[in-house]
Design a protein around this ligand. Sequence first.
Ligand code: PMP
Length: 347
Amino acid sequence: MPYTPGEQPNEPDMIKLNTNENPYPPSPGVIEALRAVRPESLKLYPDPTAGSLVRALAEYHGLDESRVFVGVGSDDVLAMCFLTFFQGGKPILFPDITYSFYDVWAELFQIPYKKMPLNEDFEIVTEDYTAQTEETGGIIFPNPNAPTGIELGQNEIEEIVRKNADKIVIVDEAYVDFGATSAVHLLDRYDNLIVVRTFSKSRALAGMRIGYALGSPDAIRYLNDAKYSFNSYTMDQTSLAAGKASVEDETYFREMLDRVISTREWTKQELRKLGFSFADSKANFIFASHPSCPAKQLYEALREEHIYVRYFNKPRIDNYLRITVGTRTEMETFIKFLEKYLKDQRI
Ligand code: PMP
């Protein structure tokens, strides 16, 4: 079954909290860089090595350029990783509740896979990934996990990577900038680790499609071999310019993250007052459930108000809403609606 992206409604008055986009615009530097793109220059192919962006990211992370691979959003990068590293015939492992594109790629590339159940608190169980390493073809999980927002500690991640030394472990850090710790510091010690990142959430560039992987020079070379066997020009000129400008504006980046994080913490407090329960999300969304109002009913009521959140009709999580953190004003409107709705329903 193909992946189903969250819907992209386009109503002027909507509050869109359903696809984990950033509520703020990208850095002013990005907007300037896009204005500076000369349309006449589009007659030329872009740099197939995406050199300017690779260099900017290498410098940002303090790594050699040979350790950076860029692609059209992290979906593109992750798909390339599945194609490149998970073809050994042994099952790859990922959590039962996680980013729902993983099983889609596994099916597409005919990679056997096993879903490891999260525990009752929706946490990853480290031993599930370290117990049977001979039978494992590779490992992937997001940190923080999606759609729960729960962070796995660096010691646990290191143990998974260390005990699976002869296979690739991918940590999908799509949401790491919103307050979790990155595994990038482990890259110097573990050649089997690949960290995947995106510009779509923390850098407010979902519409631009930029993602990247950090890994050993060998792993990055294999990824490039796969890319050049498929499509050499994945990154267009405008994405390269926008991406570089974003990486170079650390001040704006930090300010934007601080705002999202403080709004997330405010929203958690308000949801708690209304009786919702949720894990301590370190991402730009909250995965919440109400003890006396079914998630589907709330999702539909919110939708009628043009407030969009994500509802997954799937085992174990069909009574939860994944609520992206919007601006403070958007979240105030959202909370006010919930207050009134729950009161009107006598909940
Ligand atoms: N990984 C996770 C965990 C995600 O939630 C998403 C967003 N759908 C992605 C990767 C892909 O994001 P993008 O392709 O926009 O970089």
